[in-house]
Design a protein around this ligand. Structure first.
Ligand SMILES: C[S@@+](CC[C@H](N)C(=O)[O-])C[C@H]1O[C@@H](n2cnc3c(N)ncnc32)[C@H](O)[C@@H]1O
Length: 391
């Protein structure tokens, strides 16, 4: 775990983090000295003008032009890495749109806007004049997206809230992992505890309390009591998925994120959970450090996501690794169509494909799940290696 002062941040950034700390201390005080971890994660990421995603601090990495292995920023996502990701994903989007008899795409959490740009480019090349909507919770990122995507005019618009009804294709890349999770711990005596955050007079610290009703009703269904075991549960993401069932009338949502099925998620050896923070390409698990300056994420329990979809009246059309999904959806063909065959262009493509598909990089840890209703299914992204039976 890195010490707070071991990461080189500017004086301005440090001053900003101190403002966020003052805000969080006030939140803790108002709540009587303790807040659930989900409140901490929400405010550290999304408190207006303060949180990591809400105050201009998000640093999506881009590969350096002269050396694609060099990445600057806090963390990299697949659309930031290469346009091949969005251009390939678009093949799956196109199939879902055809099966839905619709031309509408809705992206949640569009980050820098890179994926929207690549999918729009691909849809135009396929001769499908789609309408693209974005729902983004961060006002700062929304402004950045509007600037980057201005070239598409009113073919891309932003929503303030989920629509009443929607037919078409929904996309969310690395959004579930950015939703605030609850932390829980099984004590040495086998009691279920909820982990929250206090101010101990000198610094923020964790403190466990008896688990609330929501945790008591869910955690024991998913894992046995294991002494000295701590992990997370993403009830907000489950609620979000379930709510899709209320307004997605025809179509499917492609959700891409890192994670595993439940039996792997709550494996006895994963006794410290999956919480991960990113700052300047340093990954660590100290979520109480440098609030406002670092990303905080947790892996996704895909069994819980599939169960939430089913209880929302949706179907699960496929679940597989990112590598398998992209290869099924035509990554090789998309790559062959890329024009730059110079030695450098070729190297850049090779590096990007390696990162997207290699087991040691994003290929295996990242998964794709597709849920929805009223379409035929049999989707191209899952033609080989569909792992729904592992959920
Ligand atoms: C890790 S970033 C991923 C950005 C982008 N999708 C990409 O792949 O580069 C998470 C994004 O999700 C957004 N976000 C988090 N929760 C959201 C929600 N409930 N609805 C919409 N956007 C959300 C964040 O503001 C941010 O844009």
């Amino acid at each position: 775990m890195p010490a707070e002062n071991s990461i080189p941040v500017s004086a301005d950034a440090l001053a900003h983090s101190q403002h966020v700390s003052v805000f969080l201390r006030a939140q803790i005080e108002q709540a009587g000295g303790w807040i659930p971890f989900s409140n901490w994660m929400h405010d550290a990421l999304y408190a207006p003008g303060l949180g990591y995603y809400a105050a201009g601090n998000t640093k999506f990495a881009e590969p350096a032009a002269d050396d694609p292995k060099q990445l600057k920023g806090d963390f990299v996502t697949a659309p930031q890495l290469t346009a091949l990701f969005g251009l390939t994903l678009a093949n799956q989007v196109a199939e879902i749109l055809k099966q839905s008899n619709a031309l509408d795409i809705l992206e949640f959490g569009a980050g820098s806007g890179a994926l929207a740009n690549d999918v729009m480019t691909a849809m135009d090349a396929l001769g499908m004049p789609v309408r693209y909507q974005i729902l983004e919770v961060s006002a700062d990122l929304k402004a950045r997206q509007q600037q980057r995507l201005a070239v598409w005019g009113n073919r891309i618009t932003w929503l303030e809230r989920t629509p009443e009804e929607f037919s078409g294709c929904i996309i969310a890349n690395e959004v579930l992992d950015a939703m605030p999770v609850e932390l829980f711990a099984w004590s040495a005596q086998g009691e279920l505890q909820q982990r929250g955050v206090i101010w101990n007079g000198q610094q923020f610290d964790y403190q466990d309390r008896t688990a609330n009703a929501a945790l008591r009703a869910t955690v024991p269904q998913r894992m046995p009591a294991l002494p000295d075991y701590c992990s997370e549960i993403n009830l907000q993401a489950e609620g979000w998925i379930k709510s899709l069932g209320q307004w997605l009338t025809r179509g499917a949502a492609i959700l891409i994120d890192y994670g595993f099925p439940q039996h792997e998620y709550y494996h006895p050896q994963r006794h410290r959970g999956t919480l991960m923070c990113h700052i300047q390409h340093l990954a660590h698990d100290n979520a109480l450090m440098a609030p406002g300056l670092q990303d905080i994420t947790a892996h996704v329990d895909f069994t819980a996501m599939a169960d939430a979809a089913l209880s929302g009246g949706l179907e699960v059309y496929g679940y597989t690794s990112q590598a398998r999904f992209l290869l099924n959806a035509g990554l090789s063909e998309v790559m062959m169509k890329q024009g730059d065959l110079s030695a450098r262009g070729h190297t850049n493509l090779r590096v990007a494909i390696q990162k997207l598909t290699s087991e040691a990089e994003m290929g295996e840890l990242f998964k794709v799940i597709t849920i929805g209703r009223n379409i035929d299914g049999g989707l191209i992204g899952f033609t080989r290696g569909d792992r729904r039976d592992s959920l």
